[in-house]
Design a protein around this ligand. Structure first.
Ligand code: CAA
Length: 279
C-alpha cells in the first residue's frame, strides 16, 4: 500500500498513477476542504479519460475505489511507500518527514516529489535517511512518462533500485539522477523558460510569437509561456531562485517579469491568469 501526502495538482496526479497501476493508495490532505479539492482533481482527471474513451466508467470506478482519502497521517502507519507532494517549502517538508518517520513502520520508504529542494536536507530530518529518496514526477503526472529517481549520498542502493522498478511498473521511464538543484530536467528546462521571459521583457517578440516559434520551430508540444502557465509561475520562480543560489550563475537569475507576475498573484492556470489568461 502506498501513501500520497498532498493532493494538489501533482499529488492527485501521482495518486491516480499508482491507482491505475493497481496499487491501493491512501491520499492524505491537511483538512476537509483540501481533501475535497483533491477528490475533485481525481474525478476530473479520470472523468476526462472516460469522455475520451480511454477508460470505461467501470474502470474509472475501480481506480477511484483503490484510493482512500483521509485527513489523518496516522493512517499511513502500514504503508510500504509514502510520496510527499506538499508545497515546496523546506520547513513544511522537514516537519512532515519528521512526522512520517515517527508514524510509519521502520521499513517504509519515504519519497519526496520535490522539484527544487535538497532531498538530502529532507532525509536528514528523519532517523532513516537511507530510506529517503526523490521520486520526481512531471506535470501532468498521469501523462508525462518520466520519473527522476534521486538518490542522495546516504540513500541505500536497494531503495533507489526499488523506486526504479516501481516506476517501470507504473508505466514510466525512470532515470537516476544526483541531488543537485533542479536535477536534470528542471536544470535544463527552467533556464530556457526564464530566458523566454527575459526576451519578452526585451521586446524581442510578443508572447504568442515566442510560443509559436518554439512550438513550430522545435516541435515542442507547448511554447514557453503556455508551459510556464502550466507549471505555475510561483513554482518556476522558486526553482530559478534555487538554481541561482546553488550555481551563482547570473544566467539563472529569475526574470523580473516573472517576479512581477508572481507578486501580483498571477500564477498561471491555477489562479486563472498568468502569461495567458484562463477563464
Ligand atoms: N491530467 C490528466 N490527463 C491529461 C491532463 C491532465 N492534466 N492533460 C492532458 N491529459 C491527457 C489527455 O486526456 C490526453 O489523453 P489521451 O491521449 O489518452 O486522450 C493527453 O493527455 C493529451 O491531452 P490533450 O489532447 O488535451 O492535449 P495535448 O495533446 O495538447 O497535450 C499536454 C497536453 C500533455 C499537457 C502536452 O501539451 C504536453 O506534453 N505539454 C508539455 C508538458 C510538460 O513539458 N510538462 C513538464 C513540465 S516541467 C515539470 O513538471 C517539472 C517540475 O518540477 C516543474
Amino acid at each position: 500500500m502506498v501513501g500520497v501526502v498532498g493532493l494538489g495538482t501533482m499529488g492527485a496526479g501521482i495518486a491516480e498513477v499508482f491507482a491505475r497501476a493497481g496499487l491501493r493508495v491512501i491520499g492524505v490532505e491537511a483538512d476537509p476542504e483540501a481533501l475535497a479539492r483533491g477528490r475533485g482533481h481525481l474525478e476530473r482527471s479520470t472523468g476526462r479519460a472516460v469522455d475520451r474513451g480511454k477508460l470505461t466508467g467501470g474502470e474509472r470506478d475501480e481506480i477511484l475505489g483503490r484510493i482512500t482519502l483521509t485527513t489523518s497521517r496516522d493512517d499511513l502507519r502500514d504503508a510500504d511507500l509514502v510520496v510527499e507532494a506538499i508545497p515546496e517549502i523546506l520547513d513544511y517538508k522537514v516537519s512532515l518527514l519528521e512526522d512520517l518517520d515517527r508514524i510509519c513502520k521502520p521499513e517504509t520508504v519515504l519519497a519526496t516529489n520535490t522539484s527544487s529542494l535538497s532531498v538530502t536536507a529532507v532525509a536528514a530530518a528523519t532517523g532513516r535517511p537511507g530510506r529517503v529518496v526523490g521520486m520526481h514526477f512531471f506535470n501532468p503526472a498521469p501523462v508525462m512518462r518520466l520519473v527522476e529517481v534521486v538518490g542522495t549520498v546516504v540513500t541505500e542502493p536497494s531503495v533507489v533500485a526499488g523506486i526504479t522498478e516501481l516506476s517501470v511498473r507504473l508505466g514510466k521511464t525512470p532515470v537516476t539522477v544526483g541531488d543537485r538543484a533542479g536535477f536534470v530536467v528542471n536544470r535544463l528546462l527552467l533556464p530556457y523558460l526564464n530566458h523566454a521571459a527575459v526576451l519578452l521583457d526585451l521586446g524581442l517578440a510578443g508572447r504568442d510569437e515566442i510560443d509559436t516559434a518554439m512550438r513550430l520551430g522545435v516541435g515542442l508540444p507547448m511554447g514557453p509561456f503556455a508551459l510556464l502557465d502550466l507549471i505555475g509561475l510561483d513554482t518556476a520562480y522558486e526553482i530559478m531562485g534555487v538554481l541561482f543560489d546553488e550555481t551563482r550563475d547570473r544566467r539563472h537569475a529569475p526574470a523580473p517579469v516573472l517576479r512581477e507576475l508572481v507578486t501580483a498573484g498571477l500564477l498561471g492556470r491555477k489562479t486563472g491568469r498568468g502569461f495567458h489568461g484562463f477563464h
